[in-house]
Design a protein around this ligand. Structure first.
Ligand code: GLN
Length: 376
């Protein structure tokens, strides 16, 4: 076996969902909704299937989808992207991250990652032969120490990965923080990969793509997907956008990893993206209510919850002396509620062992059921 692959273990999201099922626990662990995505979007997919859009799609992505993606960046963020050369459609954000790492990194390169971070980053970096250099975001507000960030940068730094809004902390980076990161990228000439899959899930703060900050477009790859936004995580429609030369390189990897993305789903998503405004209003309002339901409920039960500004996750700081893995096990077995131990998101600091993550992309009755279980 490949030496790197041999080090990989089962993703924490699979492990916890499996444990939730084995223990018949309410699953607030893996991030996916327990309700279906909008039926008007599924109907569009049925229509595309019937229209026989069932052969290979263009490798870069169906043109109408690339145009819809570009159209949305223009109208939501005043960010102009050329759909012909600056967008590639991938199998979810996960494949975009993987292809971007393989396309940009050489063995020996270094990638600065802000921990806690989504588990696929490390695997993608390692499979590229590069090395992850972690900088720890410090609880409870998950700020980074500027000196620590500067110290993590070397002449081998090729890339920095920022996830905004941030899983698992629910942090939304401030403009000042992104400017600091951007200035360092310009000064030391490295690329930025900005994972923005939760772009539409912010509460009372606006999302601003990293690429729209001054002079960052030319060195930023923006990654997003429709899994969170439409509650259709199983569709796996994502993309990378960025300068044409970088997108060409990312597409070269995509071409030989999967070649293309499910054709009828792309056709449907192209139409859905053009018609999403009304849906977005309800989507945001619903998630805000769910956040409040869970956060308030957990607080009332005595949890030290760190209220999120974005994403569909909330972290809780555990009481002194508790450890995340044991605590999660106890919650699953004794309280029948599954969560995520956050140490899985860290490679340097042991801060993660002091926290657990709850997902609130769940029906109200599921959230209420979990709160009820935790009460006893
Ligand atoms: N991103 C989701 C989470 O954080 C999980 C995705 C996955 O299961 N790979 O829970």
């Amino acid at each position: 076996l490949n030496n790197t692959v041999e080090q990989f273990t089962e993703s924490i999201f699979s492990t916890m969902t499996k444990m939730a099922m084995e223990n018949k626990a309410i699953n607030l662990s893996q991030g996916f909704p327990d309700f279906d995505g909008p039926s008007w979007v599924s109907d569009l997919a049925v229509k595309a299937l019937k229209e026989a859009k069932n052969q290979y799609a263009p490798s870069m992505g169906v043109l109408s989808l690339r145009e819809a993606i570009a159209h949305n960046y223009a109208r939501f963020y005043n960010y102009q992207v050329n759909p012909l050369s600056e967008v590639v459609v991938t199998n979810g954000a996960t494949e975009a991250i993987f292809c971007a790492c393989l396309a940009l990194l050489n063995p020996g390169d270094e990638v600065v990652v802000l921990e806690p971070f989504y588990d696929s980053y490390l695997a993608s970096i390692k499979l590229s032969g590069a090395k992850a250099i972690p900088v720890t975001l410090k609880a409870p507000d998950f700020h980074f120490d500027i000196e620590e960030l500067k110290a993590a940068i070397s002449d081998k730094t090729k890339l920095l990965i920022v996830n905004n809004p941030h899983n698992p902390t629910g942090k939304v980076f401030t403009a000042e923080e992104i400017k600091i990161i951007g200035d360092l990228a310009k000064k030391h000439d490295f690329y930025l990969l900005s994972d923005e899959v939760y772009e539409f899930l912010t509460f009372d703060v606006a999302h601003k793509p990293t690429a729209t900050y001054e002079d960052l477009k030319e060195r930023t790859i923006t990654i997003s997907s429709t899994g969170k936004t439409f509650g259709l995580t199983g569709w796996k429609i994502g993309w990378a956008i960025g300068p044409a030369a970088l997108i060409k390189a990312i597409h070269n990897v995509h071409q030989f990893s999967t070649f293309c993305v499910a054709h009828p789903l792309q056709v449907a998503m192209a139409e859905a993206l053009m018609k999403m405004d009304e849906y977005l209003v309800d989507f945001r309002a619903d998630y805000k209510k769910k956040k409040e339901l869970l956060v308030t409920g957990l607080k009332e039960l005595g949890f030290n919850v760190l209220s999120p500004k974005g994403t569909y996750f909330a972290m809780a700081l555990l009481p002194e002396g508790e450890n995340d893995i044991d605590y999660c096990k106890k919650l699953i077995v004794e309280k029948k509620v599954a969560t995520i131990p956050t140490s899985a998101f860290y490679i340097k600091s042991d801060e993660g062992s002091r926290m657990i993550r709850f997902c609130f992309a769940k029906k109200d009755e599921t959230l209420l059921g979990a709160l009820e279980n935790l009460k006893h």
